[in-house]
Design a protein around this ligand. Structure first.
Ligand code: XUL
Ligand code: CO
Length: 446
């Protein structure tokens, strides 16, 4: 039975047509209409500008279950008897989909790629076996790793947190998982290592010492940074902010709270952020806000692409489809010189009723095309120049006179106040021209 199902796993994505660029007039549901990976956009190919990545967890691990019902995807590797064979079949199927989508990167949590482990020793052994297999699959396919991470939130041991757990033995288990996942990421040539503190927060203040937990989290992150340098990992360590879910309050809630946290523990030059669209909107912020904030604070690292549902207040992780939103995000990235180590990772899942292999492929193909189209729009916006010119000119006053002196710290409050008194005029407001700016965006989002 296992053998038969294993070959079924190999056929699962392989039976799909190869996705390739066919241009806007294509009628093929498996073709890219905009993503022409070799097309040059602002000095780099589309493939290099977008650095697109497929995630393991939603795409290959999730079986379609939700809190009210069982999974209905019935992927072949979910039905295999032997957990190690099932994990191997899942890894092979993943690389089949990577090749059909022809995107350069992927991302994974330790537990996504390995057989389930209970003890610490099993964890190390099973992960190593998986990494050896991944290494071979990467060598033969050329697929690259955008980032690796440790899942320190699913196992019941982490119900009260990982590094912020009241029990240091659990924090030590988390440290083992992170060391192994960081070593694996290094071995596989990953560009970044991500920490999403899924349960680094709390449910009730009645049982929680916030200051103690923050110190535990700060120390833990310092240990991770030290280890990165010890093993010579040159990628970025990234924190992924999220305000709540699964816990009521999470400490790394937004880019700004992460920044304050990093400063408090002296890590602001060592750690960057992986910003997820749906996490931004859960925090009551826009995706563009979080991205621009990260650039302003010199913390930008990478992006997780998905969207929430405007009527639902939880993390629905849907594939992105808002062209205007992602165009503005890509414009910020291009204006800042483009992605460096980071990439665009589809941390997104199909809906529970989308049960077929075709659904998984088409979800990615549509989102890839959305990003390619947004990239072309972003390039057009920069070349058009009206948005940037208006913003520059709006702050031009700060480049000379009292504005420049204030910024340079050359004047005290008395001097600034006396300047206002001596010039004795009532400064007039000017229009912020929001509607005109929005019209320009509408003209350029195509
Ligand atoms: C959870 C989430 C995670 C991280 C990696 O909301 O986004 O999948 O991206 O742990
Ligand atoms: Co994410």
């Amino acid at each position: 039975m296992t053998k038969h199902l294993d070959s079924a796993s190999r056929e699962y994505f392989k039976s799909l047509p190869q996705a390739r660029y066919e241009g806007q007039d294509s009628t093929n549901d498996f073709a890219y209409r905009y993503y022409d990976k070799n097309r040059m956009v602002m000095g780099k190919s589309m493939e290099e500008q977008l650095r697109l990545s497929v995630c393991f967890w939603h795409t290959f691990c999730w079986d379609g279950s939700d809190v009210f019902g069982a999974g209905g995807f019935h992927r072949p590797w979910h039905q295999m008897d032997d957990p190690k064979d099932a994990a191997a079949a899942k890894r092979e199927a993943a690389f089949d989909l990577f090749s059909i989508l022809d995107l350069p990167f992927y991302s994974f949590h330790d537990v996504d790629v390995m057989a389930p482990a209970e003890t610490a020793q099993e964890h190390v052994t099973y992960l190593n076996e998986a990494v050896e297999h991944l290494e071979g699959l990467m060598a033969s396919s050329g697929q690259k790793l955008l980032w690796g991470t440790a899942n320190n939130f699913s196992h019941p041991r982490y119900m009260a947190g990982a590094s912020t757990n009241p029990n240091p033995d659990i924090a030590a288990f988390a440290a083992l998982q992170v060391r192994e996942a960081l070593n694996a990421t290094h071995r596989l040539g990953g560009s970044n290592y991500v920490l999403w503190g899924g349960r680094e927060g709390y449910d009730t203040i009645l049982n929680t010492k916030i200051g103690q937990e923050l110190d535990q989290l700060g120390r833990f992150l310092s240990l991770v940074v030290e280890h990165k340098h010890k093993i010579g990992f040159t990628g970025d360590i990234l924190i992924e902010p999220k305000p709540h879910e699964p816990t009521k309050h999470q400490y790394d809630s937004t880019v700004q709270t992460v920044h304050a946290f990093l400063q408090r523990y002296g890590l602001e030059r060592e750690v960057r952020v992986n910003i997820e669209a749906n996490h931004a909107t859960l925090a009551g912020l826009s995706f563009e806000h979080e991205v621009d904030m990260a650039f302003a604070l010199d913390l930008f690292g990478s992006l997780d692409l998905n969207r929430g549902d405007p009527q639902n207040g939880w993390d629905t992780d849907q594939f992105p489809n808002d062209l205007r939103e992602v165009t503005l995000v890509l414009k910020s990235i291009l204006s800042a010189g483009g992605l460096r180590n980071g990439g665009l990772n589809f941390d997104a899942k199909v809906r529970r009723q989308s049960i077929t292999a075709e659904d998984v492929a088409q979800a990615h193909i549509g989102a890839v095309d959305l990003m390619a189209r947004a990239l072309l729009n972003a390039e057009a916006m920069i070349q058009d120049g009206r948005l940037d010119q208006f913003r520059e000119q709006r702050y031009a006053g700060w480049q000379g006179g009292i504005g420049a002196k204030m910024l340079a710290g050359e004047v005290n409050l008395d001097a600034v106040a006396d300047f206002a008194l001596s010039s004795n005029h009532a400064p007039n407001p000017v229009s912020g021209r929001q509607e005109w700016l929005e019209n320009v965006v509408t003209q350029l989002v195509r």
